[in-house]
Design a protein. Sequence first.
Length: 258
Amino acid sequence: MGDCLTYSVIVFLILFFLQPFGLGLYPANKLVLSLVFGGVTFVCCAVYGFLVFNTLPLRIQPWKVWHHALALIGMVLFVGIANFLTFSLVFQHSLTFHTFLLFLYWTFIIGVIITVVSMGITYTRHLRNRMETLLENTTDEQRDIMITIHNNNVRGEDLTLPINDLLYIEARKNTVMVYHVVEGKTTSTEIHATLSAVLDGLKDFKTIFQCHRSFAVNLNNITSAKGNSNGYQLTLGNCPTMVPVSRTYVPLLKSFVA
């Protein structure tokens, strides 16, 4: 229902402020009229969602992004026809093909906005849900696994810790800072090594993911991912630092959670 409300608000705002279809000539309250069309949109979206979005994903497996896009186009046309009939009833306008084409034109414009918003919401939900599922599974699988990060300094000590306690690794000049959890608190340990050497030593652990030329993260501990195709910001555990995912590594991140 949340998506239906979003779409109806979009329709209301476009009709109230842009006033297409000659709504500016409507002598009565334009706010009420825009609310009527917004209400029709809400009802149509709810009905269409119940009949299509609640059933087709169960019958079509796997349900892909282009399936969702086609279903959205169908919903936009359904809403457009319903609003056309409402328009004809309110203005007592004859049902002409020309008027219908005009409605389809504006429906397409509004539909593009709705589709972009919906796809963004859907992808964000998919990314979050997929990530939560995968990370929950890999966290359980790796619960008792220990990893060792080797220190190249003759007097330095290697760092051995449970893989699930590792948050991320940041490259400095000649060292790396390993951020990990100790007794529930985030701490850091400096290791004399290069990021590439550390990652080579951890190459058997697929959840250790290089996300930037200076950063590698433990995918098990990602709690949120914000951004777009140009880059993401990751939050890991209770650590206040946001770890960047550069544009180069975004496709790899997406492939993990796709």
